[in-house]
Design a protein around this ligand. Structure first.
Ligand code: V47
Length: 356
């Protein structure tokens, strides 16, 4: 398909297929940016969403071995830990006192702590703070718990709801292409299982996010394939709030990568996701992996959400991201304003709480 026909299709709001998605990467950055920004502007004008949240990573002891991961306790990260419920609760206390509206709880796949350790943490937080949104357990963790405790996905998901989990984070999706997935995280939840778990979660009337880990050994076609599998599921369920491209962080892990994506490639990927994913409302430029500078620019390339203040983050910072201490609220707001956008504090389901 030639360039003009591709652009016309996008301007007419027509859906693109795999080959057309791949062809988008051949457009120059400014054309792509203009197209993605046009879609973003129609939906949200100059609004940029964020929330006041806290990431909690309660254990790093993991049964699975993902080559890209620097967080799990292995030879490269010998500092094993598993927090007690009291420790997790005291983090929640501190975060609520600082204005957090959401806790984002993602752990490793720890076979030693027991099912009650996972679920009990949620119910204790919910009992103490009924208004605090709990976004917890990736589909990879759900799959791990189901296997470890001989339960069905349905049983784990129902237990999550009973324990007070409000929504699911988008982790564990990595790259859906089976060959790449086998190479980077063999043995973990498969692509079909990941999608099935989110389908079941959505069928319960619950929302979730989805990530895509890129900039390692995958090719552009794998990213497009990943997005299109998501678009199909979203057509079916409508349960995804946000798509989050995660830029691969390279330090302290076992994935040997020589070609890192340029800023241009990262911005193109944001823009393409905005164009292809016409049914997922929000594109999140997760500043932790994109860097705050690029995340702010990504607002002009289709992204309308910057995640949140985070307070502390352990997974990507273990692999080199500068996110271990989160972001000061006033500074975050000022950065968004300075970049020409309107900072809108949202809740976890994108209801607008405050225009800063
Ligand atoms: O799936 C692990 C990623 C994810 C590396 O739902 C890495 O709002 C980059 O789930 N370089 C977990 N990424 C994080 C996650 C998440 C993050 C932000 C927002 C949301 C949301 C969810 O962390 C894993 C994996 O893809 N990760 N190692 C690395 N070296």
């Amino acid at each position: 398909m030639n360039r003009e026909m591709l652009i016309e299709k996008i301007e007419n709001g027509e859906r693109l297929n795999q080959a057309e998605g791949e062809a988008l990467y051949e457009l120059d950055l400014y054309t792509l940016g203009e197209l993605a920004d046009g879609i973003r502007r129609d939906k949200y004008g100059k609004k940029s969403y964020f929330n006041i949240n806290r990431h909690i990573n309660p254990t790093n002891i993991c049964k699975d071995v993902c080559k890209f991961c620097a967080y799990s306790a292995t030879r490269k990260n010998p500092n094993q830990y598993a927090m007690s419920h009291d420790e997790i609760l005291s983090i929640a206390d501190h975060s609520v006192a600082n204005g957090a509206k959401e806790v984002h709880i993602v752990s490793a796949h720890n076979p030693e702590v027991g099912l009650e350790w996972y679920m009990g943490a949620f119910s204790k937080i919910k009992l103490k703070y009924p208004q605090l949104h709990i976004k917890a357990l990736t589909a990879a963790e759900v799959d791990f718990l189901a296997r470890e405790y001989d339960m069905s996905y349905d049983e784990v998901l129902d237990m999550m709801i009973e324990s007070g989990v409000d929504s699911m984070p988008g982790g564990g999706a990595e790259i859906f292409d089976e060959e790449v997935r086998d190479f980077i995280c063999k043995g973990k939840v498969t692509s079909t299982q990941w999608l099935d778990i989110h389908r079941k979660w959505h069928q319960r009337g619950k929302m979730s996010n989805v990530t895509m880990l890129f900039g390692h050994v995958e090719e552009r076609r794998h990213r497009i394939d990943h997005m299109l599998r998501l678009r199909d599921l979203q057509d079916e369920t409508g349960g995804f709030n946000a798509f989050i491209p995660l830029v691969y962080q390279r330090e302290n892990n076992y994935l040997k990568v020589t070609n890192y994506p340029t800023g241009q490639e990262i911005l193109k990927t944001y823009a393409i996701s905005r164009i292809l994913l016409d049914n997922i409302p929000h594109i999140k430029a997760y500043w932790v992996t994109a860097s705050i500078g690029l995340a702010l620019i990504a607002q002009e390339f289709g992204a309308d959400d910057l995640d949140g203040t985070i307070e502390k983050e352990s997974i990507q910072s273990a692999a080199g991201a500068s996110s271990s201490h989160g972001m000061d609220l006033q500074e975050f707001v000022a950065l968004i304003k300075n970049s020409g956008f309107q900072p809108i504090e949202r809740d976890s389901l994108y209801n607008e709480l405050r225009v800063h």
